[in-house]
Design a binder for this molecule. Structure first.
Ligand SMILES: Nc1ncnc2c1ncn2[C@@H]1O[C@H](COP(=O)(O)OP(=O)(O)O)[C@@H](O)[C@H]1O
Ligand SMILES: N[C@@H](CCC(=O)OP(=O)(O)O)C(=O)O
Length: 405
């Protein structure tokens, strides 16, 4: 008689098991409903999982949506306001309720929480970015759980991240997380509308090539979610490009996801942590001006031929000082790169077209993905998409604090 086959040991995800610092983002649709507001049971269920993970010594940064949705019912609103002021008012009421609920819920495990409200401006400048890094890591080192949200009550359209998926990706980069977990009302990325019969869940995404043909739709039917799958996939692109793998799954599978079980979709890392400061420049910095270049200068830039001299500049706009991020434009006005200006606006305006002075150092420059630059000749676009620029430490300039990378 033969004995029954032993079930194979379940393969756990090494990226998750190794993670000592995890950013977990939870969407409004997993915590609230448009009619009922905040759902305490769902908050408690999430906190149970996070507290258990925290008890193993893994640090958790929670990026929680839900402020606007939590404020709807208490203000007698039946749906999310369309206007900015209405959203600000709802968030103003809802954020307090949200954090009060988290505070009570984490307290059941003897854990303290700290509220961190950010606008894009808070991390768009390098000094603020480093300040946010210091504050968050200090909270973590003191054993508390930072709960991050966009500062919706004061955020205007100009300084808005717009969605918390992107915010979570930037925070995972900011705190140098080992893993980003995106929790939603859907258990992963599907190749098309998940309500469509036959839609298939992708278990692994190794890069943009795996997303060919995948249809990314807007928010689901919860009535409180906002970005849908587009913002989650974009967040995964930012995080994985910075060396942070991403698990996307449903909030009800959070325990499995954090235990490393094969739930949802795993976006594998595509980039390297060493390029952190360039990632800040590309994704988090707020450009203070634009510098338009000749075709020859763009060509040299793309090929990485040394410094960018002022002779290659045709136009300058904005108000920037040396060290500020600026956008570099081609002749048609398409953005080809971001860099840190070596010269102030006034100086560059005088020197443009006639001086060999350096405008942006080659190591302070990041070429933007080909998709953002329809205007470049096809051959150049190919060169740009495969080229990785060398990273230079900012240690000298930022003496006294952690660098960005
Ligand atoms: N390709 C896709 N795969 C999975 N979900 C998708 C896809 N396209 C659109 N969606 C929708 O995205 C929704 C999740 O986004 P959203 O409503 O913004 O939630 P959250 O509040 O968690 O951010 C899902 O409910 C789903 O209906
Ligand atoms: N900052 C907003 C959430 C914005 C957002 O991205 O929402 P979601 O799509 O539910 O993650 C809030 O707290 O209501």
């Amino acid at each position: 008689m033969t004995s029954p086959p032993t079930p194979a040991a379940e393969a756990l995800r090494p990226d998750v098991l190794r993670a000592r610092r995890i950013v977990v983002k939870v969407g409004s649709s997993s915590l609230t409903t448009a009619v009922g507001g905040l759902d305490s049971d769902r908050v408690d269920a999430l906190v149970d999982v996070l507290a258990r993970t925290r008890a193993t010594g893994t640090e958790i940064v929670l990026v929680s949506s839900g402020a606007i949705a939590a404020g709807l019912a208490p203000l007698g609103l039946a749906e999310r306001p369309q206007d900015l002021a209405g959203q600000q008012a709802a968030a103003c009421v809802g954020q307090g309720l949200l954090v009060a609920r988290y505070t009570a819920s984490f307290a059941r495990y003897g854990l303290r929480v700290g509220q961190v409200l950010l606008t894009a401006d808070d991390i768009g400048r390098r000094a603020q970015y480093r300040n946010a890094y210091r504050a968050l890591t200090k909270v973590l080192s003191m054993g508390a759980v930072p709960i991050v949200n966009e500062n919706d009550t004061v955020a205007t359209s100009e300084i808005r991240f717009g969605d918390n998926d992107r915010l979570a990706a930037l925070v995972s980069h900011l705190v140098r997380a080992d893993l980003l977990v995106l929790l939603s009302d859907i258990d992963g990325l599907y190749d098309g509308d998940p309500r469509r019969p036959g839609a298939q869940r992708l278990k692994d995404v190794h890069g943009q090539q795996d997303l060919a043909g995948v249809e990314l739709g807007g928010a689901g039917s919860s009535g409180v979610g906002t970005g849908g799958m587009k913002t989650k996939v974009e967040a995964a692109r930012i995080a994985t490009g910075a060396g942070v793998p991403v698990v996307l799954t449903a909030a009800r599978h959070a325990a499995d996801a954090l235990a490393g079980r094969e739930t949802g979709t795993l976006f594998h890392r595509t980039g390297d942590r060493n390029s952190d400061h360039l990632l800040w420049l590309e994704h988090a910095s707020s450009p203070r001006g634009t510098v338009q270049l000749t075709a020859d200068a763009v060509h040299a830039l793309v090929q990485g031929r040394g410094a960018l001299p002022a002779t290659g500049v045709t136009r300058v706009a904005g108000q920037f000082v040396a060290g500020d991020p600026v956008e570099l434009l081609d002749e048609e006005g398409h953005v080809v790169a971001r860099g840190l200006a070596s010269l102030a606006f006034q100086e560059l305006s005088l020197l443009r077209g006639r001086s060999g002075r350096e405008v942006v150092h080659q190591d302070d420059l990041v070429l933007l993905p080909a998709a953002a630059r329809g205007g470049l000749p096809a051959q150049l676009r190919r060169e740009v998409s495969v080229r990785v620029l060398p990273a230079r430490e900012f240690a000298a300039r930022d003496a006294g604090g952690p660098g960005l990378g």
